[in-house]
Design a protein around this ligand. Structure first.
Ligand SMILES: N=C(N)NCCCC(=O)O
Ligand SMILES: [Zn+2]
Ligand SMILES: [Zn+2]
Length: 317
């Protein structure tokens, strides 16, 4: 059976399949442990559009990934059958229909694969993804890496946008309110009430300005203390990185994390019960030299590695 990426010493990286990390397509295998799904949807954005092109850009930027992860000392694609499940069809003219399509697509894949890693798309997609996770696991702990809270209420009266997924998820009971945490929050808000309401919705916050004092180890400790044994879903808005490391995104904010810091923090999920993850808000039109695409593909690689280690341990999933 096919397993793992195409050998880049035999087939050049600029040839061969356009799948994430040059992995097999889902239709080429019988059993699946981890499915990588693209969600090319960006009709929920409040500023620059273009994240609908994120999945294909991140896949293209993932061609240089290699099979051994030295930081975690694992070969993720040997530990678990990881496949590219292609893109879900999401109606760009109807947010409600797109959200239903994403939830249905994610649930079907979860039934087959058990674990799902999604490439967005704007942050709206976290809502249907969390619906699909909660349908299986019950309320989940969410560790949310973002410059933005994304717990706002509505934009132009619209409740389902990229600035509102975690408020909706909390209201719907999809979140374990005692296990959620934002990391990397920064930038101006609409008012002080934003933070109060956010806390009521179940989130603790590690602000970007705390990063230097806490360091990677300190942030990891905050995450472990908050999440513990709970099933945890990780949502990474690429704008958590400083615009220097992720210019290709729709709502950039100054003063963000280094890519090295984010990669270091994400590795901590290798010893937690990671059940699902997404990387969203990559908008290639504003990217240069694949800077953002490469950062996103490496974050995905660490997430898949962490998840594959969970598969190998046989943890709940
Ligand atoms: N989810 C992202 N990337 N951004 C939300 C920004 C919401 C706003 O325009 O205030
Ligand atoms: Zn954001
Ligand atoms: Zn976001």
């Amino acid at each position: 059976m096919i397993r793992g990426p195409v050998d880049s010493s035999q087939v050049p990286r600029f040839a061969g399949p356009p799948t994430f990390a040059r992995l097999p397509r889902i239709d080429e295998v019988s059993d699946v442990d981890i499915a990588v799904l693209g969600v090319p949807f960006d009709s929920g954005v409040s500023y620059r559009p273009g994240a609908r092109f994120g999945p294909s850009h991140v896949r293209e930027s993932s061609r240089l990934l290699r099979p051994y992860n030295p930081a975690l000392a694992v070969e993720p694609f040997a530990l678990a059958q990881v496949v590219d499940a292609g893109d879900v069809v999401a109606n760009p003219f109807s947010i409600p229909e797109a959200v239903r399509q994403i939830e249905v697509g994610a649930r079907a894949l979860l039934e087959r694969a058990g674990r799902l890693v999604t490439i967005g798309g704007d942050h709206t997609i976290a809502l249907p993804l969390l619906r699909s996770m909660a349908a299986i696991h019950g309320p989940v702990a969410v560790v949310h890496f973002d410059a933005h809270l994304d717990t706002w209420d509505t934009y132009f009266g619209e409740p389902t946008t990229h600035g509102t997924p975690f408020r909706r998820a909390s209201e719907e009971g999809l979140l374990d309110r005692s296990g959620c945490l934002h990391v990397g929050i920064r930038g101006p808000l609409y008012g002080a009430a934003d933070l109060r309401q956010d806390a009521e919705l179940g989130f603790q916050t590690v602000h970007a300005r705390e990063m230097d004092d806490l360091g990677v180890a300190g942030v990891v400790e905050r995450i472990r203390d908050r999440v513990r044994e709970r099933p945890v879903y990780v949502s990474v808005d690429i704008d958590v990185l400083d615009p220097a490391f992720a210019p290709g995104t729709g709502t950039p904010e100054s003063g963000g994390l280094l890519s090295r810091e984010l990669l270091g923090i994400v590795r901590a999920f290798s010893t937690l019960n990671l059940i699902g993850a997404d990387v969203v808000e990559v908008a290639p039109a504003y990217d240069h030299a694949e800077i953002t695409g490469i950062a996103a593909s490496h974050v995905l690689y660490e997430l898949v590695s962490a998840m594959a280690m969970g598969v190998a341990r046989g943890s709940a999933g």
